[in-house]
Design a protein around this ligand. Structure first.
Ligand code: AP5
Length: 220
């Protein structure tokens, strides 16, 4: 099913941890005036606020495991319900399992919408590991990289001046676990969306601006 007249586009960013989904998703949303829905960001906010959701999610996230589908589907359903159907949305880090993909289809169908495009960002594991080792995050959600995209003042966010943090799940052993979970639970979505004809592969190896240009074309 294609989206009904007047409905915005629904674009999913798929790809392994650290490939650049957040970096590119934020920019796509900002430049296109789209909504940006990142389940990782929603969960980290819940964690920081100490909500019931945050408490439930913490042990999974720290272990590099996926938070259970039921929790995630509820969270995304609530968030999508607040998004006007006319607005386009980029989904970053969701869906990550076949069950989540099916739940997304159901939610969108109720609003006369469907997934229009799935952009699969790809890069070799050694590139990903280097990117993650250099990642520093602002509590407000902006992401930097000490090797590739440093802040003007080392250790502090350019926008808010807050100290940058190293994510707890970016430790090498947790990153290895997250990559294994990606291969086990999320890679099956590639075939699923390929069969539907909505998947586009994006070379995620280049610089941030080159990847963005390729992504924008793929998402169109
Ligand atoms: P989440 O936050 O979604 O983590 P992830 O998918 O593992 O992705 P990352 O945030 O690590 O990486 P990214 O691809 O966004 O890369 P980024 O742009 O930051 O999820 C965290 C946890 O929450 C999960 O492990 C799970 O527990 C839970 N969770 C979340 N969603 C869930 C779901 N749907 N179901 C169940 N559980 C869920 O880039 C990485 C670094 O590289 C940055 O420093 C960046 O500056 C740099 N960089 C980016 N692009 C480039 C480039 N082209 N060149 C050089 N450097 C670059």
């Amino acid at each position: 099913m294609r989206n009904s007249v007047g409905a915005g586009r629904v674009v999913v960013l798929l790809g392994p941890p650290g490939v650049g989904k957040g970096t590119q998703g934020v920019r796509l949303a900002r430049e296109g005036d789209w909504d940006h829905l990142s389940t990782g960001d929603l969960l980290r906010t819940a964690l920081e606020r100490g909500t019931a959701l945050g408490k439930e999610a913490r042990s999974y996230m720290e272990a590099g495991e996926l938070v259970p589908d039921g929790v995630i589907v509820g969270l995304v359903g609530e968030t999508l319900a607040t998004s006007a159907p006319g607005r386009s949305v980029v989904l970053d880090g969701f869906p990550r399992t076949v069950a989540q993909a099916e739940a997304l289809d159901d939610t969108l169908a109720k609003a006369g919408r469907a997934v229009d495009r799935v952009c699969l960002l790809e890069a070799p594991e050694e590139v990903i590991v280097k990117r993650i080792s250099g990642r520093r995050s602002s509590p407000g959600g902006r992401v930097y990289n000490v090797h590739f995209d440093p802040p003007v003042r080392e250790g502090f966010c350019d926008d808010t001046g807050e100290p940058l943090i190293h994510r707890a799940d970016d430790r090498p052993e947790t990153v290895r676990k997250r990559l294994a979970v990606y291969r086990r639970d999320t890679v099956p979505l590639v075939g699923l969306y390929e069969e539907r004809g909505v998947l586009r592969r994006v070379n995620g190896q280049g610089g941030i601006h080159d990847v963005y240009a390729a992504l924008r074309t793929a998402a169109a």
